[in-house]
Design a protein around this ligand. Structure first.
Ligand code: F6P
Length: 359
């Protein structure tokens, strides 16, 4: 008999349901339904802390391969607050352990991104059996080449750029499409290339506003009346990148712009007199049905997690390592970001396509 806990934590993304379905189907079909019990904790770690869970049936996992979001719900619970008691003095870590032992679980399967993995590793250090799956549209989890959710988000962000292309061309305007991705540029870089953006700004390559204007002017000289910028929500100017963390925070607190794209738009407008528009697809990038790539990836990783559980191998994240499904020790994953290297071949290739990074 295997007794498994399941939870999804942090910002949601596409294919979370597909991944859970993969875990559960593989266990059920291999061990038999009478040999597996699944408990779903609701709203991420909150469900584990506050005993909000339910025993799940096979039917709960039927028809969810294509469904976006998560059947368990999710929430953000900052890692730095995990060791602090809640407003009623409850020890959260002790409460999570208590629920784990109360249900006599063999393993807790956790689907999440960076913050989630720090807490997952904490629970491993506390002696719980943990297996994790890498979800995030940001693709910034260290240790796996790919996270599920990412390709679906690339599709949506690319579609936004595609739609902007036609209207930008009709009006001869400069358009900024702001893409999610938190502190990394994977999503913007991929959607930018796929959507034919002229300028791509990512956090890993701080931009020079003069270089942005030069790139726009060059396009005008070559007869292109419009320009499209794909700007990561975490894009940063060279001047701001040179500031200390404290000074940067102070500056950001004082800023009246809703986001980085509006600041860039304002500057371009003042420097060129051109008409600029900003489009922010925002959380649409995390929504809707997973693309086929993510359905396959999440299903594969789900079955890989089930295999680890059946072998009793705990303390790992399953992921894609050198194009194959593999396992990565949780202590190696926790607390590390996978960023775009400014020297990556994909950056060189994008530059050969004439894309400016304004660096
Ligand atoms: O990590 C996924 C993500 O969508 C990031 O791209 C974005 O910065 C963040 O979550 C938004 O978080 P929230 O849903 O809490 O606004």
């Amino acid at each position: 008999m295997k007794r498994i806990g399941l939870l999804t934590s942090g910002g949601d993304c596409q294919a979370l349901n597909a991944a859970m379905r993969g875990v559960v189907k593989a266990l059920w079909y291999t061990l038999g339904p009478e040999e597996v019990e699944i408990y779903g904790f609701f709203q991420g770690y909150k469900g584990l802390i506050y005993s909000n869970y339910r025993k799940l049936e096979f039917s709960d996992f039927s028809g969810i391969l294509t469904r976006g979001g998560t059947i368990l719900g999710s929430s953000r619970m900052p890692f730095k607050l995990m060791r602090e008691p809640d407003e009623n003095g409850l020890d959260k870590v002790a409460a999570m352990k208590q629920n784990y032992y109360k249900l006599n679980l063999d393993c807790l399967v956790i689907l999440g991104g960076n913050g989630t993995h720090k807490t997952a590793n904490l629970l491993r250090e506390e002696g719980l059996n943990i297996v994790t799956l890498p979800k995030t549209i940001d693709n910034d989890l260290w240790g796996t080449d790919m996270t599920f959710g990412f390709q679906s988000a690339v599709n949506i962000a690319t579609n936004a750029i595609d739609c902007i292309h036609t209207t930008a061309a009709s009006h001869g305007r400069v358009f900024i499409v702001e893409v999610m991705g938190h502190k990394v540029g994977w999503l913007t870089l991929n959607a930018g290339i796929a959507g034919g953006a002229d300028i791509i700004l990512i956090p890993e390559i701080p931009y020079d506003i003069d270089k942005i204007v030069t790139a726009i002017n060059k396009r005008h000289e070559r007869g292109s009346a419009f320009t499209i910028l794909a700007v990561a929500e975490g894009a940063i100017s060279k001047e701001d990148a040179a500031l200390s963390k404290k000074d940067l925070l102070k500056k950001q607190e004082k800023s009246t712009y809703p986001s980085v794209s509006y600041e860039i738009a304002d500057k371009i407008q003042k420097m060129t007199g051109l008409e600029i528009r900003v489009t922010v697809p925002g959380h649409t990038q995390r929504g809707g049905s997973p693309c086929p790539y993510d359905r396959v990836l999440a299903s594969r990783l789900g079955t890989a997690a089930a295999e680890l559980i059946m072998k009793g191998e705990y303390g790992y994240m399953v992921g894609i390592v050198n194009r194959e499904v593999g396992k990565i020790p949780l202590e190696d994953v926790a607390g590390k970001l996978k960023m775009v290297s400014p020297d990556a071949t994909i950056i060189k290739e994008a530059k050969l396509l004439g894309i400016s990074f304004a660096d």
